[in-house]
Design a protein. Sequence first.
Length: 318
Amino acid sequence: MKKYMVYAVLSALAILTGCSNEEDFGLPQLDGNRLLTATIEHDNLSRTAVSEEGQVTWIETDAIGVFGTSSRNVKFAYQSATDNGGTATFRGDFPEAESMEQAYYPYQENVTLSGNSLTLSLPSEYTYTGNSNAPMLGVKNDDGTFTFKHLTGLLRITINNVPEEAERFVITSSATTDAPDIAGQATLTDINAKDATLSVTTNGSKSITYKLGTLTEETGFRTFFVPLPVGEYPQLSVSLYAKDGAEPYFTKTISDVTVSRAVMIDMPILDAQTGAQYVLSENTIQLSKEDESYIESVERTGNETSDENIITYQLGTP
């Protein structure tokens, strides 16, 4: 069976719409005596979400956690952005005389830092907001700003014609034996390591439930994103269910998937009601409203495995 695995480096991603001007758009002044400036590695990599419009930005609901020489996991909330959202300022309550040493995204109450080991949660359930939910580690620069680096890969799922009754996707990792976990308590063993990544260490789950939320209120192509730990996956499947539905509308599977840090894996673009697969025209990297005219539906019959006709794009490919 012919197979073309997708590896679209995150610098090729289009990023979620949000507050992208160099202003705070009248956001309420936040409490907090300290500011932190945050950028993302290589500047063009995925921020906190991905959009059809191709805008790169942090968004107003973002929050990060900050550790100091004594203070532990202090919440800093989005304050404003510059450079069309490429750089964001966060504000939080932090001792004036204390140095901010480590940071991470997104903020979670129960994150711990013990020595050089950072432990956080990769949730087994999400609700659609448009965010990528991709965890990142903030590395402190000489000027006191922080550069945020991805700690996982990212699974991108694009669908069309979502039924009004649809409630959730279930993403499943499977194998003949010992399928890798995709959610649970995750640990970064050395925050100082180059290209550090998270690994699930306890309370592991082989499935993630992604509730659609407001996704069903709109028509047309919709895209959502699920962070995945770095590793080799024999099979990754996506199934769409109605509320209280035991049988899925469809299940689509890709096989022999390698997930790397800061790399996005594309599931085939799907019709949500039938599971029919779409094929992107040559040199099309990211689906947008303008690109929809370049997509043609592909009929599937029988029990063909669904890892066919996945298109590969590497960094620098048009």
